[in-house]
Design a protein around this ligand. Structure first.
Ligand SMILES: C=C(O[C@@H]1C=C(C(=O)O)C=C[C@H]1O)C(=O)O
Length: 344
């Protein structure tokens, strides 16, 4: 595909770019910035790449970029050398301790829910073009992107979660939580139903005074790669004079990726996860491009460096969480990314 050739040449010239496909669309969008400036996002129209907390929020402004679209047409079947991550006993023990620690804070009444995460390092050079082709093909219902800035690095992901879509004063978001490995007969336990309801309630409380009325669907099962989640669709008409930035600030980070109440849960994870999430659980996408803002939460993603690729995964912890099950959930989420990586 022509856009992927352009990706390679932009990368060789160390210039910023992003290619992405929206859920259920087979169109590849490309935004190629024509200089290496690191533009900090304020409210410029363009493609935004925002961190979970306190890193630079980057934008590729439309005014400084070339924009392309191409139909996705990947005839060549890639034959990936799939990369197995070794089960890491130390990682298991420390994540399970982290979860137990979170549950004990919940029992003490410090917060109601916290989303805890970890990173998995793959020490092998990755062919990012072939890996991205796999990801495009394998996850047609996800938002699938490959992003690069020479001063920040390269990220790739296939996220099932919309942060916000805003167009003509209407806004849409989702409450997504609860995870199981996909099977024909999915049934949800009380723990997952409660967990997802907490996210719905949280989004409701954060957006209620920005919209004239809020519609919330019944929760339903959503497939995401090898997994399924519980999801509710939330939408509303924005009150006059409510800006896109206000909506984004009200939503990010939702309790699907941080916790509730927000600040105490965030302080806990910042102090206890013992690593920097950087852009994992941040958000990315179009900001006021063709009158539309269309943003996704940065999940099922990895950071690609010369010799190491880092996969980021997390899960929601409530009072009923069991440490070993939560660890397995992070292993399952990591497979979404692991199974498309191609070694160089
Ligand atoms: C935090 C992640 O996923 C989030 C947490 C979920 C859960 O706890 O069940 C489900 C979907 C996402 O909202 C992740 O994929 O890393």
């Amino acid at each position: 595909m022509k856009l992927l050739d352009k990706v390679l040449s932009h990368f060789q010239n160390q210039l910023p770019f992003v290619v992405y496909a929206k859920p259920n669309e087979e169109i590849l969008h490309g935004i190629f910035q024509n200089n290496a400036t690191l533009n900090v996002f304020e409210n410029q129209k363009g493609f935004v790449f925002a961190s979970f907390y306190n890193e630079t929020n980057v934008v590729f402004p439309i005014s400084d970029s070339e924009v392309f679209q191409e139909e996705i047409n990947l005839e060549i079947e890639e034959n990936p050398i799939q990369i197995e991550s070794k089960s890491d006993e130390n990682a298991r023990v420390s994540f399970e301790n982290l979860v137990r620690n979170g549950v004990s804070e919940i029992e003490k009444g410090i917060f109601e829910k916290v989303v805890l995460s970890r990173k998995i390092d793959i020490s092998q050079p990755i062919d990012f073009i072939k890996s991205y082709q796999n990801l495009l093909k394998k996850y047609p219902t996800a938002f699938r992107y490959l992003w690069f800035h020479p001063k920040v690095g390269m990220w790739m992901g296939a996220t099932p979660e919309q942060l916000a879509k805003i167009e003509n004063n209407t806004f849409e978001t989702v409450a997504l939580a609860g995870t199981q490995v996909y099977s024909e007969t999915v049934s949800w336990q009380e723990k997952e139903i409660v967990e997802q309801q907490l996210v719905t309630d949280y989004i409701k409380s954060r957006t209620e005074n920005l919209v004239e009325s809020l519609q919330i669907s019944e929760s339903y099962t959503q497939k995401a790669g090898n997994l399924v989640h519980l999801k509710s669709d939330i939408s509303g008409k924005l009150k006059q004079n409510v800006s896109e930035l206000e909506v984004i600030n009200a939503l990010h980070p939702t309790s699907a990726v941080c916790g509730m109440p927000l600040k105490v849960a965030r302080n806990f994870l910042l102090e206890n996860e013992k690593y920097n999430r950087k852009y994992y659980a941040g958000f990315l996408g179009e900001f006021q491009m063709q009158e539309q803002t269309n943003l996704f939460v940065n999940l099922r993603c990895c950071e690609i460096e010369n010799t190491i690729t880092t996969i980021y995964v997390g899960c929601g912890i409530t009072k009923d969480s069991q440490a070993n099950k939560e660890f397995i959930e992070t292993e399952n989420k990591a497979k979404t990314v692991l199974s498309i990586l191609v070694a160089k």
